[in-house]
Design a protein around this ligand. Structure first.
Ligand code: PEP
Ligand code: MG
Length: 590
């Protein structure tokens, strides 16, 4: 039966495919695709894990029979029989094989997927006793997974985890070819990174706001996504057909043929639109009145530089370096590893500038899933970004040295997130000086860097003079600036309706920062999601912004807006919008 789930539209476009529910199993497992020639080995890993648990149960049964009924009650023996029966159940064994052979899931993913399929069947049972056997099933699956781990799981490199099946991997069977749509209760930015170059055609999560980092990574992948879709991961079943309407923020489950045809049409329309935008690739980004506008890219990994160049970016305005630090079970990248990564990004940009932001972990970007900061009640207001760096000087100095060294290979700008206090600025500058001294003493080559600060805390936007005294340029992080100005958790879908880039307070802070930088002849750009929102391009141009940094996939659409704009005409209108009681209403009047 067709039904729709409403969420937040965070990444545009239409995706049609089969649902892949990422297990909400209590055991955290890796999800990646294997090569067809690895299928047998994967099935064997499951077999070995399962046999280990069966042997364990047999041993327990023997011990029980040697004990008297007092020490080992009858129920215990009966329970072990149930566990054995479940382990040998055809549905479990056959289902796991199916996911590995037909979908090329790795063994652990296949096991947890099948667990979900069977668990649902248990949920629907009338008989209470049988329904309660779900807990036993979960227990034995956890034991199998643990046994597989003990017997040695293959080490999964991020590249492999994110590997796109190559043409030659695709079996002729179209079950492998069919687009897959990832559905999860929540995905951490580290999970998203794993899936970044994967085969998924779209994402749906139950939780998350428009500028949550999950949404940001989905946009950077340029695939349709809906977040905050509440119960999606419970309502949609494994392998259901689903449509993501990323423009409307709607998920359609089990669509009828008519709906499928309609969305198929929309999908083709969007492809045509993209094709038309491609023609602007080499057109200089200049307004009708001759104002040059710099279009920069936001990237998460050095390899994203390729997409930035392909989209016609004239540099990287924000390299979110924290993605190099995530999902590594606490093992942080050392100086050499970071240096190589930054150097790859710099070289990838072929002489164009790369703005590397120092690590911004914390809040909705934990280093690791296992260390999600539950202990702190308000992580967004806690030890995040520069606060985290200053609290761990050895880590911060390592990163600063790596960035300075990468600057020997091309134009590098260093950007510091979440500054608010003069003391933090002084400490940051002192660390930078110390990093340079260490490199001098070691005789290691490094290059000059321009120094920038992010304006993303209202306190910073209200202390611009302090910032402009110490920094060469400012970059407005509107995602956090809105979050902190309006006291709205950007990752919380329940307050997403209050997350408003056009709130007069936000507009004033953004407008004043642009104006002050221009007055002092300092560079200013916007690198938050506002920069890539075509609905806001004209307003930002009118407020005097000439440098926008966004996901590569948004660059051409924003360029089109720029080519059609006349900043002389836009300026008085933008001032009116800035000063209006209801800026949205004023915007509509233009
Ligand atoms: C921002 O806050 O606008 C920003 C660009 O940084 P991030 O989204 O990584 O917090
Ligand atoms: Mg930010």
């Amino acid at each position: 039966m067709t039904f729709a789930i409403h969420g937040l539209n965070v990444s545009r476009g239409v995706a049609i495919g089969r649902a892949v529910l990422v297990a909400s199993s209590r055991v955290d497992v890796a999800h990646y695709f294997v090569q067809p020639h690895e299928v047998e080995a994967e099935i064997n890993r499951v077999r070995v894990g399962r046999n280990a648990v069966i042997d364990e149960i047999h041993r327990l049964q023997e011990t029980i029979t040697q004990m008297g009924p007092k020490e080992a009650p009858h129920e215990l023996g009966a329970l072990l029989d149930v566990h054995l029966m479940l382990l040998q159940d055809d549905d479990l064994v056959g289902g796991v094989k199916h996911w590995i052979t037909e979908r090329l899931y790795n063994a652990e993913w296949a096991v947890t997927t099948q667990l979900e399929v069977i668990a649902r069947q248990f949920d629907e049972m009338e008989d209470e006793y049988l329904r309660e056997r779900k807990a036993d099933l979960e227990q034995i699956v956890e034991r199998v997974l643990r046994a597989m781990k003990d017997k040695g799981s293959p080490v999964v490199s991020p590249q492999r985890a994110a590997r796109k099946p190559q043409q030659q991997d695709l079996l002729l069977d179209d079950t492998v070819d069919v687009p897959l749509i990832l559905i999860a209760h929540d995905l951490s930015p580290a999970d998203m990174l794993q899936f970044k170059q994967s085969v998924f055609a779209g994402f749906i999560t139950d939780v998350g706001g428009k500028t949550s980092h999950t949404a940001i990574v989905a946009r950077s992948m340029d695939i349709p996504a809906v977040v905050g879709a509440r119960l999606a991961s419970q309502l949609v079943r494994q392998d259901d057909w689903v449509i993501i309407d990323g423009d409307a923020g709607v998920v359609i489950v089990d669509p009828s043929p008519i709906i499928l045809a309609e969305y198929g049409f929309k999908q083709r329309q969007r492809e045509l639109e993209r094709g038309r935008l491609q023609r602007l690739l080499h057109t200089p980004s200049v307004t009708l009145d001759g104002e040059r506008v710099e279009l920069l890219a936001n990237i998460e990994m050095p390899e994203d530089a390729l997409a930035a160049v392909k989209a016609g970016a004239v540099g990287v305005g924000l390299f979110r370096s924290e993605f190099l630090f995530m999902g590594r079970q606490g093992r942080l990248p050392g100086e050499e590893e970071q240096y190589q990564a930054y150097k790859r990004a710099v070289e990838g940009m072929q002489g164009m500038p790369v703005t590397i932001r120092t690590v911004d972990v914390g809040a909705d970007k934990p280093l690791d899933d296992s260390v999600r900061d539950a202990a702190h009640l308000n992580p967004a207001l806690g030890l995040r970004a520069i606060r985290w760096s200053l609290a761990d000087p050895a880590m911060f100095l390592t990163q600063l040295r790596a960035i300075l060294r990468a600057a020997a290979h091309g134009k590098v700008q260093l950007l510091v997130p979440m500054l608010a206090h003069a003391r933090e600025i002084r400490q940051t500058l002192a660390h930078l000086a110390q990093a340079r001294t260490t490199l001098d003493n070691r005789g290691v080559a490094y290059g000059p860097v321009k120094l920038g600060a992010m304006i993303e805390i209202p306190a910073a936007a209200l202390s611009l003079r302090l910032f402009l005294k110490h920094f060469d340029f400012l970059s407005i992080g509107t995602n956090d600036l809105i979050q902190y100005t309006l006291a709205i958790d950007r990752a919380d879908e329940s307050v997403a309706h209050l997350y408003d880039p056009l709130h007069p307070a936000v507009l004033r802070l953004v407008a004043d920062t642009i104006a002050e930088c221009r007055a002092q002849g300092k560079g200013v750009s916007v690198c938050g999601e506002m920069a890539g929102d075509v609905g806001l391009t004209r307003l930002l141009l009118g407020l005097g912004l000439r440098s926008f940094s966004m996901h590569p996939a948004q660059i051409l659409a924003v360029k089109l807006e720029i080519l059609r704009a006349d900043t002389i005409k836009l300026a008085p209108w933008a001032q009116r919008v800035r000063d209006a009681e209801d800026p949205e209403l004023e915007m509509a009047g233009n």
